[in-house]
Design a protein around this ligand. Structure first.
Ligand code: MLT
Length: 203
C-alpha cells in the first residue's frame, strides 16, 4: 500500500497508524500525529480504492452503505500490510495505535471488529458501525477514543452510541467525545483526542 513511514525518536512510544478520510491521502493526518506524540513513529497509509478519483480504504455501494465483502478483504489487506511494515521498519507490532478519520476511522473500526490484537488502541474520528450481526473478538480493555458530532449528517448520534456499546460489549474501554460541528474534525476534537492519548496511551 502507498504509505509514509517516519521513525520516531522514542522506541518505546507507539507507532501511530494514520488512516485518512474519503478523498484524502497519506499526507493529511501527519500534522495531527506530530501534535499527538512527536516522539512516536508514524505509518500513514493511503487507501487502495479509488471512488471517482478519491482514495478510500474500501468500496461502498452508496453513501453510508458499505460493500461488506470488500470491507472484509481490505481489512485483512491492511492488517497484513501493517504486519509486513513492522518487520521492514522494525517497530513493535503490538504497540500500534490507529488514528482514523471518517472512512479511515471505519477501516480502523473494522480491524477492531474482525482481527484480535490488530491494534493496541484507536482514535476514531467520526466512525460508523463497520458491520452488524457478528461476534467481535475479545477487546480486553483496548483503549478507544471516539470523536463524534451530535449533528453529524453522515454518522448519527444513535449509530455512534451503537458503536460504543458494541466495542464496550467486547471488553474495550471506550471514551466518547461529542462535538456540534457535523462531520468535521475540529481543533477542539483533536485537542480532546490528544489529552485522551496522554492519559490513556502515553501515561
Ligand atoms: C464511509 O464510506 O466510510 C463513510 O460514509 C464515511 C465517508 O467516507 O464519507
Amino acid at each position: 500500500m502507498k504509505h509514509i513511514f517516519q521513525k520516531g525518536s522514542d522506541p518505546a512510544a507507539p507507532t501511530l497508524l494514520l488512516l485518512h478520510g474519503t478523498g484524502g491521502t497519506e499526507e493529511d493526518l501527519l500534522p495531527l500525529a506530530a501534535r499527538m506524540d512527536a516522539s512516536a513513529s508514524v505509518l500513514s497509509v493511503r487507501g487502495n480504492i479509488l471512488e471517482n478519483g478519491m482514495p478510500r480504504f474500501f468500496r461502498r455501494l452508496a453513501e453510508g452503505v458499505f460493500d461488506e465483502a470488500d470491507l472484509i478483504v481490505r481489512t485483512h489487506e491492511l492488517h497484513e500490510f501493517v504486519d509486513k511494515a513492522s518487520t521492514e521498519y522494525e517497530f513493535d507490532r503490538d504497540n500500534v495505535i490507529a488514528i482514523g478519520y471518517s472512512n479511515g476511522a471505519n477501516i480502523a473500526g473494522s480491524l477492531l471488529f474482525h482481527i484480535q490484537h490488530s491494534l493496541r488502541g484507536a482514535i476514531l474520528h467520526h466512525p460508523m458501525v463497520p458491520r452488524r450481526g457478528i461476534e467481535l473478538p475479545k477487546l480486553m480493555a483496548t483503549p478507544i477514543f471516539i470523536g463524534a458530532g451530535r449533528n453529524d449528517p453522515i454518522c448519527s448520534p444513535q449509530e455512534t452510541e451503537e458503536l460504543a456499546e458494541l466495542l464496550q460489549g467486547a471488553g474495550a474501554s471506550v471514551t466518547l467525545h461529542w462535538e456540534y460541528n457535523g462531520h468535521k474534525l475540529t481543533g477542539t476534537e483533536m485537542k480532546a483526542a490528544a489529552d485522551w492519548y496522554n492519559e490513556h496511551i502515553k501515561k
